[in-house]
Design a protein around this ligand. Sequence first.
Ligand code: ADE
Ligand code: ZN
Length: 338
Amino acid sequence: MTATAEFIRGLPKAELHLHIEGSLEPEQMFEFGRRNRIDLAFGSVEEVRAAYAFSNLQDFLDIYYQGAGVLRTERDFHDLAMAYFRRVAADGCRHVELFFDPQTHTDRGLPFGVAADGLLAGMAEAKATLGVSSSLVLCFLRHLDEDAAFATLRAAEPWLDRIQGVGLDSSEVGHPPSKFARVFSAARERGLKLVAHAGEEGPPAYVWEALDVLRVDRIDHGNRALEDPALVRRLVADGMTLTVCPLSNLKLCVVDDLKAHPLKRMLDLGLKATLNSDDPAYFGGYLGRNWTETAQALNLPRADLVTLAKNSFTGSFLPPVAVAGHLADIDAYVSSNS
Ligand code: ADE
Ligand code: ZN
């Protein structure tokens, strides 16, 4: 392990952009498929991995929704979450705000609680056994209509005391944030935090809409905001957190080369960027690998690494006292490693 990788591993950090269905490893696809008696379209783990060559977001989403079909029971969701938490705990991750896509499961006939209760059980176990805290963010699928999002919010009602917020994901282009203005407003009235994918493939106008129409607390990705200097000034002035996902951007051809990734430019512009994995089983790396590969490709100095770690907590939805504790841990770690 290089000195930088060692430094990164010990640095306390949070993950704020992780789709739990995107942590489904091909081996688990076969394991869950076997125990749920589901025939897979693939013959082997190698065949599955070979199919993970994407030229855009939709290529990936098609295979990701297909993969999620093996998740049938609370136990599957619990096991999926625990496998993810074990990996990121080893990467030095202390806190996760994890997305799930309820409509992917309810549209196949699973009751809302199968995914929610299974994930919540895994989250409680991760806190007790690994010391990793977490919260749950329910994402609406933007390729579906707003009525379907409202039906999901209604189905979630009995769980809302255990759900931190709502998000917006799936196919971005053609599905602007304004399509979901009313349901985001209803979620805000229920006290939920609001996040939305914007500017991954979609134009800067979608980031403006996420800010001004949805009034989000965080932007997921936000890469294309850099095309609009007035938008960059607005994001900096608001102190808006961007949950940036470099290995995802590489796999989905949002960038051609990690060396050309805009993360360093974002930091230098004063944007509050964080580092995240998005869908680690599909994009070639969990949180630690996103950190180490990006640090190496962009030659990030330690000061930037520390800023990214601090941003991951100050940009989280943790209460201020918990944020302060994590920031103090970062400072203590940095002083003992300088
Ligand atoms: N769902 C899972 N990963 C996603 C991504 N990167 N963009 C949009 N929707 C997603
Ligand atoms: Zn995402």
